[in-house]
Ligand binder design. Structure first.
Ligand code: 7TS
Length: 405
């Protein structure tokens, strides 16, 4: 058996999505900006895909959705362009974000601090791994140009109080950007219900193709383009359109958001089954309250078991999981989100992220429970540090109780 439990890193493309994309590689390969039939033949499918994406995130007709190459591009675009629109020549100089954003936000913020003199506040998260709206409010000043806070965290699955955060930003008159990558397709997202100026998202996280992301722009607000060129996408993002990719994204978001509650209920049932079983192992902790997590995600920490060792054992059993963000897995630092939550360094090295999808089966869940348990037993038996740790409330089911130190 082969089990893929790294769906927060990327997902398999749904075969139905591949089917819809297929003709746009060879039969209808034209450039949509060409005036001949080869080009115009792509228009109906593109229009349909655009509608599907608007519906999928609950956008209004007067909003704009610009297709990009990935969410990393969307995130870079917002931060750099808000800098050039409001900070470079204006009186604003401040961005509020969190310590647990994806590197595409954090590294761009670092760049803006170092190269452009922008002041950035990185809000710490509470023991649940989120930031409360009142905390965001207390850090907004009259020089704040942008608040950028993720909707759901990629490591923990914890959902941020986006409605409350958007109310605070509205009250303070500050633009809000949200990285919606881990929320879209997993939890209800209706941007028109909130005062979100910008939202980034990415097709490959909800069974769409890689290489296509998007930026939602409320009321089609002006935003300096990141890519200048041939004026595609209304001059907002030049470059020949990724026709099959956009068509795939449309189909994928429709599939993910149709009967989402039913799909998510069955995913969370399997996630909970794995979680409950693994929590019966002594000295294991799960980060964040289950009720406030994306239905597919579980970040578990196993005292005395290095994440990399566990990853190796799971990989040998043909199970793909993660010790955290794949983007950061080459440096062997502890899980950054666990450190931000207040875990000690040793515990932060034991974090394992299991992220399911609608393709995960009950048999796979059972197999994962068994392989994980075997791995913990093997690795603890050879661990020099675990023997010294006194098990606390052995065998009890409990959620994470990590505190700031
Ligand atoms: N934002 C979040 C919250 C993400 O989780 C990711 C990818 C990105 C942005 C970047 O998206 P992309 O479209 O540019 O790929 N996250 C992960 C992860 O958690 N493990 O690998 C990639």
């Amino acid at each position: 058996m082969q089990v893929y439990l790294d769906n927060n890193a990327t997902t398999q493309v749904d075969p139905k999505v591949v089917e819809v994309m297929q003709p746009y590689f060879h039969e209808m390969f034209g450039n949509p900006n060409s005036l001949h039939k080869f080009g115009t033949k792509t228009h109906p499918a593109l229009r349909r895909a655009i509608d599907q994406v608007y519906t999928g995130i609950g956008a209004n007709d007067n909003d704009d959705i610009v297709f990009t190459s990935c969410a990393t591009e969307s995130n870079n675009w917002v931060l750099k362009s808000v800098w050039s629109d409001l900070m470079q020549h204006g009186d604003k100089n401040h961005i509020v974000t969190t310590e647990v954003e994806h590197p595409s936000i954090l590294s761009t913020c670092k760049y803006l601090e170092e190269e452009c003199g922008v002041k950035v506040t990185y809000l710490p998260v509470n023991e649940q791994g989120i930031v409360e709206a009142h905390t965001v409010k207390s850090f907004i000043t009259d020089r704040t140009a942008l608040v950028s806070i993720m909707w759901a965290n990629n490591e923990t699955g914890m959902i941020f109080p986006m409605k409350e955060i958007s109310d605070v930003c509205k009250e303070k008159g500050v633009l809000l950007h949200t990285d919606g990558v881990q929320a879209v397709g997993k939890i209800p997202v209706k941007v028109s219900d909130m005062d979100i100026a910008f939202m980034s998202f990415s097709a490959h996280k909800f069974h769409g193709p890689k290489g296509v992301g998007a930026l939602y722009i409320k009321n089609s607000r002006k935003l300096t383009p990141l890519l200048h060129g041939g004026d595609q996408m209304g001059g907002r993002r030049s470059g020949t359109l990724n026709v099959p990719g956009i068509i795939g994204m449309g189909e994928a978001i429709e599939l993910a958001t149709t009967d989402m509650e039913i799909k998510m209920a069955s995913i969370s049932k399997l996630r909970n089954k794995i979680e409950d079983a693994l929590l019966t192992i002594e000295d294991t902790f799960v980060v964040g309250n289950r009720a406030n997590r994306t239905p597919n995600t579980l970040l578990i920490s196993v005292r005395g078991v290095e994440g990399e060792g566990m990853l190796w054992d799971l990989n040998n059993a043909m199970i793909g999981a993660s010790t955290g963000s794949a983007c950061a897995s080459e440096d062997l630092e502890g899980n950054t989100v666990m450190l931000a939550i207040g875990a000690d360094n040793e515990l932060a090295h034991t974090g394992m992220r299991l992220s399911l999808s609608r393709f995960t089966t009950e048999e796979e869940a059972d197999f994962v429970i068994k392989s994980f348990t075997d791995g913990v037993n093997r690795l603890r038996a050879i661990s020099s540090s675990y023997a010294k740790v006194q098990p606390t409330k052995g065998g009890e089911v409990r959620e994470c109780e990590l505190h700031h130190h």
